[in-house]
Design a binder for this molecule. Structure first.
Ligand code: NAD
Length: 464
């Protein structure tokens, strides 16, 4: 048997976390990790920090924490750096973002103040509502990519990081028109040298990362690494990539409720979603170009989950509408409303209403931490190119162009955990459970009496 676990390089030394875009999510992630290191905060929502993974048969009661099962970097080993269009340090950015109160971040204020963004790559053609004050100058886009690579090398030297990961936490860009420059690495490099207008800043960062073999994740709906030129480069340099757009608020709800409707064969007539939010992300999305990029990412999920081609009677004609309104008084405390018109037995209509008062960056921060740790694991495990097993974290998961992305959160979750099992040479779980009742399989029947569980261990024993 091909033992994967023997091939995973250990997570020795420091892991440098490079974050293009140092606004609400980035400051919330960094503050959270610094607070957790001091025992002043819990990293709720993070699978790598809090979730267990069931191994083997149910009667074995093996359910270690994921972080004890796979060799991940520890939160004490992370060092942070990044770029932004504005020079605010991470304390100032956190205060402006208003996700965490000043009193919450006070214990780590000095450490946050010490993290300052490097000058960004900016192109106003891709971002209408922000006027940058802190950006690089370069004759060509290739010059800018080289400057980013210099920044990365200097960061690594300064911090002593042994390995690096880059996670895009910058704004949503206006989508570039499809272009030959996206189609192959040769064309992309030519385009970078010729200032091709179809290459947005996020692609320049991604190019710099992949050239240096640094895993790249994309938290925004930007095209970024989701073009053949970038996947070619990722394959060539043996680098894991994954995107797009962190799955938080409304899409988290959608990809949870829609699989239930389909599992129970309930018809969908319409799904109307609207949001208000007042942070900088909301300001950027107030521009129709950036909104279009986001809308595309949010719209795709229902069709791929519900498969109207297979179920035309149930899902052939539903109406789907997504709105996002910039409403400054709410800051990061987003509010989403969903009205879902469904139908059951004899076409009788029913409705589901969801009113989610969420905090966007509080939901995004654990995703960012998990992605950093899993992308680093992927690199050490020798995985390269698109990491579809990380679809769980994305609104618009990247996958092979000839496949449909997997949006169902429960399948995504199983896929993630089964990949971890495979990497560690453990049995992949299919949950059919037939073998528990089949004496031919040679399994103990009846199953041995379950070991009495210590108080508070029930969940662990039932873990998926
Ligand atoms: N907040 C969430 O929960 C959430 C959820 C899903 C996706 N997203 C996406 O994640 C991204 C970040 O969200 P946020 O809430 O932190 O937004 P934010 O506006 O608070 O921060 C983004 C930062 O990126 C910077 N930026 C923009 N272009 C840049 C560039 N070319 N180089 C360097 N920096 C650049 C901006 O100056 C800003 O400070 C957005 O694209 C958003 O759509 C956010």
């Amino acid at each position: 048997m091909n033992r994967h676990s023997n091939r995973i390089a250990p997570a020795k030394g420091r892991l440098g976390v490079l974050l293009p875009g140092m606004g609400a999510i980035t400051s919330t992630v960094i503050a959270g990790i610094l607070l957790a290191r001091k025992g002043k905060g819990r990293l709720i929502g993070s699978l790598t920090q809090m979730q267990t993974i069931r191994l083997g048969k149910r009667y074995e009661h093996r359910a270690p924490l994921i972080k004890d099962f796979v060799p991940l970097a520890g939160i004490n080993d992370l060092v942070f750096g990044g770029w932004d269009l504005f020079p605010d340090n991470m304390y100032e950015a956190a205060v402006k973002a208003g996700v965490l109160g000043r009193w919450t971040i006070e214990p780590v204020r000095q450490s946050l103040e010490a993290i300052r963004p490097m000058t960004a790559v900016w192109d106003p053609a891709f971002l209408k509502n922000l006027k940058a004050t802190h950006f690089k100058k370069g004759r060509t886009k290739m010059d800018l990519a080289q400057q980013l690579m210099d920044d990365i090398r200097a960061f690594q030297k300064r911090t002593g990081a042994d390995r690096l990961v880059m996670l895009w936490c910058g704004s949503t860009e206006i989508l570039p028109a499809p272009s030959p420059a996206h189609e192959s690495l040769t064309a992309l490099e030519k385009g970078l040298r010729a200032n091709d207008p179809s290459i947005p800043p996020s692609m320049i960062y991604a190019y710099a990362a992949l050239k240096l073999g640094i895993p790249y994740g994309n938290g925004a709906p930007n095209l970024s690494v989701d073009v053949p030129a970038m996947t070619e480069l990722a394959e060539k340099t043996g680098t894991p990539v994954m995107g797009k757009d962190f799955k938080t608020g409304q899409t988290l709800m959608k990809t949870t409720i829609a699989p239930m409707l389909k599992a129970r064969m309930l018809a969908l007539r319409g799904w109307y979603s609207t949001n208000i939010l007042g942070n900088r992300d909301g300001e950027v999305l107030d521009d129709p170009g950036s909104f279009k990029t986001k809308e595309k990412s949010k719209m795709s999920v229902l069709h791929t989950i519900l498969e109207p081609d297979l179920y035309p009677q149930l899902y052939g004609q539903f109406h789907h509408k997504v709105r996002i309104d910039y409403y400054p008084p709410r800051g990061d405390a987003k509010e989403g409303w969903d009205n879902i018109d469904i139908a059951g037995w004899l076409d009788m209509p029913m409705q589901i209403k969801i009113n989610f008062l969420c905090r966007d960056s509080i939901l995004a921060a654990p995703i960012a931490l998990d992605l950093v740790l899993f992308l680093d694991l992927a690199k050490r495990a020798g995985l390269k190119g698109i990491q579809e097993w990380l679809s769980f974290y994305f609104k618009s998961p990247q996958c092979r162009p000839d496949l449909d992305p997997e949006h169902d959160i429960f399948i995504q979750h199983l896929k993630l955990k089964n990949t971890l099992r495979l990497l560690m040479d453990e049995e992949v779980l299919d949950h059919s459970g037939l073998d528990y009742y089949d004496p031919e399989k040679g399994l103990p029947t009846p199953a041995p009496a379950a070991k009495p569980l210590a108080k508070g261990k029930r969940e662990t024993a039932r873990a998926r």
